[in-house]
Design a protein around this ligand. Sequence first.
Ligand SMILES: Cc1cc2nc3c(=O)[nH]c(=O)nc-3n(C[C@H](O)[C@H](O)[C@H](O)COP(=O)(O)O)c2cc1C
Length: 351
Amino acid sequence: LLPRTMSMVCLSDFEAYAKKYLPKIAWDYFAAGADDCSTRDENILAYKRIRFRPHMLRDVSVMDIRTKILGSEISFPVGIAPTGFHQLAWPDGEKSTARGTLLTYSTCSLEEISEAAPGGLRWFQLYIHRNRAASQQLVQRAEALGFQALILTADLPYTGKRRDDVRNGFRLPPHMKVKNLEGYGLPPNSLDPSVTWNDIYWLRSLTRLPIIIKGILTREDAELAVKHGVQGIIVSNHGGRQLDEGPATIDALVEVVEAVRGRVEVYVDGGIRKGSDVLKALALGAKCVFIGRPALWGLAYKGEEGLQEVLRILQDEFRLSMALAGEYFVCNGCYRCFCMQACKIRSVMDR
Ligand SMILES: Cc1cc2nc3c(=O)[nH]c(=O)nc-3n(C[C@H](O)[C@H](O)[C@H](O)COP(=O)(O)O)c2cc1C
C-alpha cells in the first residue's frame, strides 16, 4: 500500500502524488506531450495570461453551478476527457471513471463500463479504423448499451511523437488489453489516416446518437464541423500530445466560439487545473470543460475515490471563483450565443 497521508488541497497535489508513486513508464505516458511539449505547456500558461474583470456586491449567497450538455443536466460544467489505458493508473481502470467520456482504447470493455456506471452520463469516444466494419460494430455496441453520444477524435491520423514513450519503449503491459478491440484482430496502429469530413456522413448513417467532434482548433474547421451536421465541438489539441506548436486550446476557443455563433455546443479541454480555469473557459464561451490528466492523477491516488476527490476540489474552487468574481449561476449558453439576452457570466477578461 502506498502512503496517502499527503493532504490534497489542489489538483497539483494529485499530480505530485502520481509522479512520485506511479511506475516511471506509466507516469511518462500520462505526462507526455509531442516533441518539445510546447503546446502541452502552453495549454497551462495561456490560462495564466488571462485576467478576470470581477464585479462586486452581486449577492452570491445562493449559487447555482449546474448546467446542461446536449440536454442532460450535470452538477457543474466539468467532465472527464477520454484518456487511454486507465489500468495503468489503477487496477479497476475505466470502471472507476463512472462519469464523463470513454473511449475505444480502453482497458475495460464497453460492457464492463456500462455495468459499472449504469446511471452516468456516458459518451463514447471513437477512432475510425481501417477496418470500417469493426468501427461500425463499436458504434452500434455503444448505442445499444445506452451511451448518449459519440465523440469522434479528429486529431490523430497518426500518433504524435512523444519522446519519453519512444525512449521507454512504451507498450501496454501484457496483462492489460484493449478490450473493445478484442475479437476484431485489430492491432492498435490500425487507425485510418485517410479519414475526411465525408466520413461524418458515414458515421451519421450508422447511428442516431449525437456526434461530437474532438480536436478542432480553427474557425475554418469549426465552420466545416457545423456544415457537416455535428452536434458539438471539443476544442482540443489532445493535451499537446499530437501536433506540437499549435495554439493553446483556451486561445483557440475564442475563434471557434465566434465562428459557431451558438449553432452547436462548444466545449474545451487541455490545461484545466483550477476552478478559475473552468470559469475562464466558460466566460470565453465554452459550455463545459473536460479534464484529462488530472482525472488520471486522481485514479492513481485512490481509484474512484481519488477521482471523486479531484472533482470535488475542482467544483469547490469553481464555485468560489464564481462567487469572488461576482457570478452566481452558470448561464446556459448565452455568452456570445447571440440570443440577445444579457450573458450572466460577465467576468470576461482583459488580456
Ligand atoms: C494518457 C492520455 C491518453 C489519452 N488518450 C486519448 C484517447 O484515447 N482519445 C482521445 O480522444 N484523447 C485522448 N487523450 C487526450 C484527452 O482526451 C484530452 O484531450 C487531454 O488530456 C486534455 O488535456 P489535459 O490532460 O491537460 O486535461 C489522452 C490524453 C492523455 C493524457
